[in-house]
Design a protein around this ligand. Structure first.
Ligand code: VTB
Ligand code: MG
Ligand code: MG
Length: 321
């Protein structure tokens, strides 16, 4: 796969972030999501790939944009799987809170897991813990192993999870062992990725979040040399059936190779609101500034891309190509 596609993928997340930025603080998560999705879809029309959406915005009949199975790209170029989250953290956009991102990943066709829209139990960590931890271990074992491998007491281990009632048991174990806990409102793609960033501030990400977000995080963690494991958590008969249709074994602990199994995978993200990793979209007169990151599994190079966009272009993008 052509490495120049990395820059194309940034164009796509930039377009979504620019569109989303108009909705920051307006209390309308769906409006923001619609605008970002449309902008992303329009930008994909200019990218030379034969893409199929494997992680998108809902099922074909509900949201006819970037739905699973939809073809994207010019129809020329490499055959790829496409995973997107036009806004990862729509509530953060609506409430003007930090860390909302636009995220996308591509990999050669057949190499990204077609994760259905349901929860996934997750375990993410940085390079120093790779190969040491298992989602199959009890949480207490995982935390003890992590502290030992990092050569620090449990009291200095830091773990992130979404602040949700369903994480009561996780929280109790982690509190009992005395680890530091970062409780996120939303955004477990970044929550997972942060464990592998030099100044990410957390050693581990645990708990359940969206399965689609799990695939996106897995691509990023492969690029960064970290680890990500996940287990699908169907909650209803419909969700179990969906897994069956897709041939997914819900008992299986999914590894990086199940989720994002190719060295040619590319991950890109653009900040929408200011955050721990990326700056949000900033306006200055007629110009809009974006801050993105793009990385490839093959080389592990992390490129930060600061771009200045002349505002009329953003308007043109919003209007459809
Ligand atoms: C999860 C998480 C995402 O939304 O999908 C969450 O993976 C929604 O789950 O990062 P809840 O039912 O717990 O709210 C995000 O936090 C943002 O899209
Ligand atoms: Mg989203
Ligand atoms: Mg999301």
């Amino acid at each position: 796969m052509d490495r120049e596609l990395a820059l194309e993928l940034v164009r796509v997340t930039e377009a979504a972030a620019l569109a989303a930025s108009r909705w920051v603080g307006r209390g309308d998560a769906d409006g923001a999501d619609g605008a970002a999705t449309e902008a992303m879809r329009n930008m994909f029309r200019t990218v030379n790939i034969r893409g199929v959406v494997v992680i998108g915005e809902g099922e074909m009949d509900e949201a006819p944009m970037l739905a699973q199975g939809e073809e994207v790209g010019t129809g020329r170029g490499p055959r790829v799987d496409v995973a997107v989250d036009p806004i990862e953290g729509t509530s953060m956009v609506a409430k003007m809170l930090p860390n909302a991102l636009s995220v996308a990943a591509i990999a050669p066709r057949g190499h990204l897991l077609k994760a259905p829209d349901m929860y996934m139990e997750k375990l993410a960590c940085g390079p120093r813990l790779r190969g040491i931890l298992s989602l199959d271990d009890p949480l207490e074992t995982t935390l003890r192993k992590a502290a030992e491998a990092l050569g620090k007491p449990l009291s200095e281990l830091s773990v992130a999870m979404l602040e949700r009632d369903r994480h009561k048991a996780h929280l109790e174990v982690a509190r009992r062992l005395g680890v530091r806990i970062k409780l996120l409102n939303a955004g477990d793609v970044l929550g997972s990725i942060a464990t592998a960033l030099p100044r990410g501030g957390t050693d581990l990400y645990i708990g359940s979040g969206g399965a689609p977000e799990g695939v996106l995080a897995a691509v990023a963690l492969r690029c960064l040399g970290g680890d990500f494991q996940g287990r699908l958590m169907p909650q209803t008969p419909e969700q179990r059936e969906r897994c069956q249709q897709l041939g997914l074994d819900v008992a299986k602990t999914l590894t990086l190779s199940d989720l994002a199994g190719d060295d040619d995978a590319i991950f890109a993200a653009t900040g929408i609101t200011d955050g721990d990793w990326l700056e949000g979209v900033r306006r200055e007169g007629d110009y809009l500034h974006t801050h993105s990151v793009v990385m490839r599994v093959r080389t592990g190079t992390v490129r930060h891309v600061n771009a200045t966009h002349y505002r009329p272009l953003e308007l043109r993008l919003a209007q459809t190509v």
